[in-house]
Ligand binder design. Structure first.
Ligand SMILES: [Fe+2]
Length: 323
């Protein structure tokens, strides 16, 4: 069992670096690290260890550019090279995906700006892991803030290993053997005359059957692999059974005690374990009209494995390792 004290002792071994947990089950701020500079192996090891223990780590006041962001990611894994990115993304850095709420006007999908904002902050938002419908969801995401609103726009994460551990023993045993279909664009219905984003999602389906309880490849922890964004249906049970189970499990997954909320500043970096967490993008900032520009680099992940050792299975869409 790792304790805060253990973490602090480890941090002491790397001069000037401190680890400050920010909530009871998830989140730690790491101070004394310049992510733009060359990182020595001891710092990388400490960050990795803290990430596995606290699921999301935060850094403030960083001066990363795109090149530095990608170089940082390479110290921890293989950056994903995206086949498709938003138009605000930097053309010279295919690993970097830029989200710019007030800049990306949805023109790509033929939407009016107001319509795009409405969708982005209602239908298309929810608790999710990044690219969770893929057969091999990313292992981690490193998100850095360039421009943020003066208030609003916080991101929240939840620890799915803690959520699993918090279930009663009989329910843990019950869900251990279940699997579920995750699908991109689940629940979205194209409306008459709608040939925009929803149509695009439905034409580019990505779906996989994942274990409902995933064994984390590094920590060995059991993780409640659920989210309200991709999860379509629990396999081999009826629709009403699936809905009732999902309602219970989703509520468990995002109970406030398993979460941490982060207030962004320019230069903030959040680095999360995408295999052990889900996160909630903010829904309280678009209407304010302030710009919010974020850059994301993801690390390639592996095919999830269940408690019984069975890996996930592809249904449709991208093959493992191919973006
Ligand atoms: Fe996300």
């Amino acid at each position: 069992m790792t304790t805060h004290r253990d973490t602090a002792e480890r941090a002491d071994r790397v001069k000037g670096v401190e680890v400050h947990p920010t909530a009871g089950h998830i989140g730690a701020e790491i101070t004394g690290v310049d992510l733009a500079g060359p990182l020595d192996d001891a710092v990388v090891a400490l960050v990795r260890e803290t990430l596995l223990r606290w699921k999301v780590v935060f850094f403030r006041g960083q001066e990363l550019d795109h090149r530095g962001h990608v170089a940082l990611a390479r110290r921890f894994g293989e950056p994903v090279v995206l086949g498709r990115r938003g138009s605000a993304s930097p053309p010279d850095f295919p690993e970097v995906e830029t989200t710019a709420d007030r800049l990306e006007l949805g023109g790509r999908f033929g939407m009016e700006h107001e319509e795009w904002l409405r969708r982005r902050h209602t239908l298309l938002r929810g608790w999710h892991c990044d690219h969770g419908a893929r057969i091999d969801p990313p292992a981690a995401t490193i998100l850095r803030a360039e421009t943020v609103p003066p208030y609003g726009g916080d991101t929240t994460w939840s620890n799915l290993a803690a959520a699993y551990a918090g279930l009663s023993a009989p329910v843990r045993a019950f869900v251990d053997g279940l699997r579920a279909e995750h699908r991109l664009g689940v629940g979205y219905q194209p409306r008459p005359g709608d040939d925009g984003y929803v149509r695009h999602l439905l034409d580019h389906q990505v779906a996989s059957v994942h274990p409902l309880v995933r064994v984390h490849p590094e920590t060995g922890e059991r993780v409640l692999f659920v989210n309200g964004y991709y999860l379509e249906q629990i396999s081999d049970v009826s629709r009403p059974e699936s809905e009732a189970l999902l309602e219970m499990l989703l509520e468990q997954a995002v109970r406030p005690e398993y979460t941490v909320r982060f207030r962004w500043e320019p230069g903030s970096v959040a680095f999360w374990d995408n295999r052990a967490t889900i996160h909630l993008a903010p829904g309280d900032s678009a209407h304010l009209g302030f710009p919010r520009i974020m850059h994301r680099v993801m690390l390639a992940g592996e095919v999830p494995v269940g408690v019984d050792g069975r890996p996930s299975e592809p249904v449709t869409g991208t093959e493992a390792g191919r973006w």
